[in-house]
Design a protein around this ligand. Sequence first.
Ligand SMILES: NC(=O)c1ccc[n+]([C@@H]2O[C@H](COP(=O)([O-])OP(=O)(O)OC[C@H]3O[C@@H](n4cnc5c(N)ncnc54)[C@H](OP(=O)(O)O)[C@@H]3O)[C@@H](O)[C@H]2O)c1
Length: 445
Amino acid sequence: MNEIRAAVLSGTATSQDYANLPLPDSYRAVTVHADEVGMFEGQTTWEKDPRKSLHLDEVALPELGPGEALVAVMASAINYNTVWTSIFEPVPTFAFLRKYGRLSELTKRHDLPYHILGSDLAGVVLRTGPGVNKWKAGDEVVAHCLSVELEDAAGHNDTMLDPEQRIWGFETNFGGLAEIALVKTNQLMPKPDHLTWEEAASPGLVNSTAYRQLVSRNGAGMKQGDVVLIWGASGGLGSYATQYALNGGAIPVCVVSSPQKAEICRAMGAELIIDRNAEEYRFWSDPQTQNPKEWQRFGARIRELTGGEDPDIVFEHPGRETFGASVYVARRGGTIVTCASTSGFQHEYDNRYLWMNLKRIVGSHFANYREAWEANRLIQKGMIHPTLSRSYSLENAGQAAFDVHRNLHQGKVGVLCLAPGEGLGVRDAALRDRHRSEIDRFRDV
Ligand SMILES: NC(=O)c1ccc[n+]([C@@H]2O[C@H](COP(=O)([O-])OP(=O)(O)OC[C@H]3O[C@@H](n4cnc5c(N)ncnc54)[C@H](OP(=O)(O)O)[C@@H]3O)[C@@H](O)[C@H]2O)c1
């Protein structure tokens, strides 16, 4: 592993050098264990602690199949899906691995008593499997997390519609929170040259998701001038949604929960900000009953900020706690676009506001191949920026997931895998210098 790391750090190793490097039989990876899925029984979601369930194990190198690559992972990032896996909610992810394992001889590899997590990476290709022409050993890459088999016509227009669609490192094994990862090569994209390893690893999943959800015609199809209400506007998804709204000439209304988060949104260029904590919205009077008066108060606040306009688009992901309010405040004919339910997936809303006002609810999930590529291209061009606030070592991935679970973080939290420290891997210093303040905006806040 040290030779691999040294080759990457040299910055001069050729494709042939990488091809000549022997691969280790095993590597270190962040895992959950199948025999521990009951460890949090009786605890609330809040009490379940990822630091107890996430392990750093030495695991066997998986066999490389056709159309796949083994990648030396320099850095990865925490996504909320790692939090879900680590607390075994809503279901233990071993069920996904078992199902995938039944698909073919090759996918059997994924069905193991440990699950290697992580749906982002930046690193260097070590080996490619049979049938791969576009990528070779030595290529510096990031990987998006869409794993599809592409055998069914249903997914040929929009790869997210493939019936065998999975999120790598969540519904498959051999994820990015590790020293080596196994990916399908059509997950690979060029690493943005102006970013460090940890910066490059951090946007992938949330950036692509926000792009489809907000910008793509498969999502809300945002246009210039749209008022976009963004929940968690400085969080993982929200920090990209806010950038897309500003880049695309829309008017973001950013919802956050602290003055620091409001300040970050202001620094991104947003002007209309609601601190949901300070303004004490209570959309639920008790766990079963919503309070429409609070929806109205929230809607009135949005109008106050926008000069009387309602949101054309509501960028939803908190779910149960906010969904009733989101449906209420969207404008007549507006769109509520949702990709998640962090606070609970049984949503309740008053349907009269939806049908009488011709609103629509759109479901969105990750991004298809093309959308992921387009979202990465915007990062490469310095038009959308990483929102990395801090990075942890692989040993401390549990703490990193804990921070995200407890909403103690800003933007994205990175994890250094083979990278011995932060700040390495920049190949285009000039482009970096042009965007330094935007790249550093979330740092250490
Ligand atoms: N379907 C997909 O493809 C996809 C992709 C990415 C993520 N997701 C899901 O989307 C959700 C968010 O992911 P993320 O990476 O953005 O997480 P994140 O970094 O934790 O950001 C979410 C933000 O939402 C806000 N929030 C949380 N609970 C809330 C509540 N009850 N009411 C109002 N606001 C709340 C918080 O911001 P404030 O405290 O500042 O308000 C939080 O920072 C997760 O459930 C994740 O699994 C789905």
